[in-house]
Design a protein around this ligand. Structure first.
Ligand code: LRH
Ligand code: MN
Ligand code: MN
Length: 391
């Protein structure tokens, strides 16, 4: 448990934290080997939003839900916004999807054929229109564009076309809207991807302007990458727009954030705190980008937001004055010990008490299990096709 008084000093910042949930986390997902269905899985965007709202109701941590277009297509996005608000949540980031259409086999915003580029840019214009209806501020772009073999495409020409396409999209943003560009070093393309790393995303968004940022998905790096260094650098440059949180053991596993490597999550949150990413007015948004292939989805999301909150609390507990003193004295082990002391602090009892004091369940996972809600959903949601990663 935290030293008396210390926890009280960090609750104001904790109360400000919010973590956006991805609508697709509530649909079925899997691997190329098998997608398993689960009783109670949502069949529509409305049902995905209802599940996200349940996570927020029990944790107070997840007031917004990200959409993926066209996976979350509905006729009336204004009505979808109203529905979300009735349930106590807002619609958040709109993720564009240019990776599941035959025309995008050889690229979307980077394609050599102007007609395909036009189609891809128009899709983003459509996303901006949806954002106007939903009240969303962020357009998140992740591209599957890339090549599989050396020589297959001109790396340079593709980069130039990307810059042109992004500029067209950026020019269409309203004053309050932002563009965030996500990078990923491989998959589905295996030789090169057109936005493989933070440097490429940074170069592209910097050329666009003040309302363009980088999105850092924690699963999109080579094993061994020092992700917290990238966090520090993007914060330093004022270009860290958002996180897609998840964890990985091998590839882009999309497992529960903080499950594979809680210490890495702590180190990331330490750099976020140090770089002002949790300060009021910070441009950094926190999102999950996960799939729950074999575990239950609502509890999976509850576990995830709690993991982020726990590591945020530990990062906020770092004794910064002691750390700076040890660093300035080159006290290598002393400085490391300050960080490790915070990391080793069990904040769970304090967080449980604090939740209860705010009218939330002290133990959200237990509250969910005891509520019988999962059985209720399984009984209610019969018939119709369950939503899957891709619809
Ligand atoms: C790509 C990615 C990107 C997509 C999501 C479904 O791997 O991380 O953010 O939108 O997965
Ligand atoms: Mn992502
Ligand atoms: Mn990913």
């Amino acid at each position: 448990m935290t030293a008396p008084g210390r926890f009280g000093e960090i609750t104001e910042t904790l109360a400000r934290q919010s973590i956006e949930l991805p609508s697709w986390a509530f649909g079925n997902s899997g691997t190329r080997f098998k997608v398993f269905g689960t009783p109670g899985t949502p069949r529509t965007p409305h049902e995905k939003i209802a599940d996200a709202a349940k996570v927020h109701e029990l944790t107070g941590l997840a007031p917004t839900v990200a959409l993926h277009i066209p996976w979350d297509h509905v006729e009336d996005f204004t009505a979808l916004k109203a529905y979300a608000e009735e349930l106590g949540v807002q619609l958040g980031t709109v993720n564009s999807n240019t990776f599941q259409d035959e025309d995008y086999k050889f690229g979307s915003l980077t394609h050599s054929d102007p007609a395909v580029r036009r189609k891809a840019v128009d899709h983003h214009f459509r996303c901006l229109d949806i954002m106007r209806a939903t009240g969303s501020t962020d357009l998140k772009i992740w591209l599957a564009d890339g090549t599989n073999y050396p020589g297959q495409g001109s790396l340079r020409a593709r980069q130039d076309r990307l810059a042109e396409s992004l500029a067209e999209i950026y020019d269409r943003l309203d004053e309050h809207q932002r563009l965030v560009l996500e990078y990923k070093f491989f998959e589905p393309a295996f030789y090169h991807t057109d936005v493989p790393d933070w440097g490429t995303s940074y170069a592209q968004v910097s050329a666009l302007g003040d309302r363009a940022f980088t999105c850092l998905d924690t699963g999109h790096h080579a094993p061994g990458t020092n992700i917290e260094f990238i966090v520090m650098q993007l914060l330093r440059l004022g270009k860290l727009g958002s996180f897609d949180f998840n964890s990985r053991f091998y590839a882009d596993d999309d497992l529960i954030v903080g499950a594979a490597d809680p210490f890495q999550l702590f180190r990331i949150m330490h750099e976020v705190v140090a770089g002002g990413g949790l300060d009021e007015g910070s441009p950094v948004r926190f999102m999950l980008d996960q799939c729950h292939n074999v575990e239950e989805k609502i509890p999976g999301q509850i576990r995830s937001v709690l993991n982020v909150q726990e590591m945020t609390a530990r990062a906020l507990l770092v004794d910064r004055a002691a750390l700076e003193k040890a660093q300035s004295e080159h006290d290598v082990l002393g400085a490391n010990a300050v960080l490790m002391d915070a990391f080793q602090t069990d904040v769970r009892p304090d967080l449980a008490q604090w939740r209860a004091s705010r009218g939330l369940p002290a133990e959200p996972l237990r509250a969910y299990a005891e509520s019988g809600h999962q059985q209720y959903l399984a009984e209610q949601r019969v018939g119709g096709a369950q939503a899957g990663w891709g619809a």
